[in-house]
Design a protein around this ligand. Sequence first.
Ligand SMILES: Nc1ncnc2c1ncn2[C@@H]1O[C@H](COP(=O)(O)OP(=O)(O)OP(=O)(O)O)[C@@H](O)[C@H]1O
Ligand SMILES: [Mg+2]
Length: 309
Amino acid sequence: MKQSPMTGSPDAFGEDTPLARELADLSSRRRSLEAADVSFSGETRILTVSNQKGGVGKTTTAVNVAAAIAAVGGRVLVVDLDPQGNASTALGIPHSSDVKSIYDVLINEYPIEKVVQQSAESPNLLCVPSTIHLAGAEIELVSQVAREHRLRTALNAYLERAEAPVDFVIIDCPPSLGLLTINAFTAASEVFIPIQCEYYALEGLSQLLGSVQMIQKHLNPQLHVSTILLTMFDGRTRLAQQVAEEVRTHFAGQVLNTVIPRSVRVSEAPSFGQTVVEYDPQSAGAIAYREAAVEIINRSERSNEEGTR
Ligand SMILES: Nc1ncnc2c1ncn2[C@@H]1O[C@H](COP(=O)(O)OP(=O)(O)OP(=O)(O)O)[C@@H](O)[C@H]1O
Ligand SMILES: [Mg+2]
C-alpha cells in the first residue's frame, strides 16, 4: 500500500484514508446532483435572507443559492439590501456610487427594471445592486410615505411586468432589524435564516423570531420562517456538532438536511467577483450550496401550503 511521505499513513489513492473517503463522498454527491429532478412551480417565491447577527453567512448564502438555482434553469433576482454591497460584489455587478441602485428604488421610486443588472454568470441571474447611498436610507425612509412597503410595491410592479417569469427573488439583508430589513420582511413571504455553527449562534434568534411575528401580525400575514441553513460547519469540532443538533431539535421542520462546510474556496470566490458555484463548481462548498438549492426548490409545494394557511 502507498504511504504518504508526510504522515506515514495510506495516501489518497489508497482505499481507506479520510481524504479518499471525502473524495468518494463528493463524487457520489455530484452524481446525485446531476441526476436530481428539479421543476419550478411557475409561482414567484420571495425569500429574505436575514439574521441580525453579523458575519453568519447571509450574503454568501444568498448569492450561492441564487447562482445554484440559476444553474438548474430557474430565473432568480437577487436584491442587495445591504449598504455594504457585498452581494453585488460577489455577483460581479458594478455598484460604484454613480450606479442606479436599490437606493433609487426605495427613496426616488425608480422602477426596478431601470436598475436591475444581469450577472455575467448566467442570463438567469439578475441583481438589483446596492451602493453606498443606501447607508443613509434607514434615516431617509423614516419620513417617507408607506415607508415599510416601498420594496414590496416596487417588486410587485416589476414581477407583474417582467418579460420572463421570475422563479425566485432572494433578498440579502443587512445585519440589523431596521427599516431596510422591515421592507424585506414586508416584501417576502419566506424568511431564510443562515445560522453559523459557532458559540452564541442561537443568541439573538428569539429577537429575530419576535420581529418576524410582529411583521406577521401587523404588516404581512404571509411571512413565515421557511428555511434554516447551517453554515461554516466544521465537523471536527464538537461545538459545531452540538450547535447543529440544537438547531435541528428546535427547528426540525425548517432546517435543510444540507450543511455548508467551512471552506476556503467559499471565502475566496467573492474576490474574483464570482460565486463559488461558478468559481469552483466541484468544490465541497459549491456542491453543498447546489444541494441546498435543490432542497429549497423541492420544498416549494409545502411552503406554498404553509403560506396559504
Ligand atoms: N462556508 C464558508 N466557509 C468559509 N468562509 C465563509 C463561509 N461562508 C461565509 N464565509 C466567510 O465569512 C465571512 C462572512 O460571511 P458573509 O459576508 O456571507 O456573512 P453576512 O452574514 O452576510 O455578514 P454581514 O452581517 O456583514 O452582512 C465572509 O468573509 C465570507 O467569505
Ligand atoms: Mg452580508
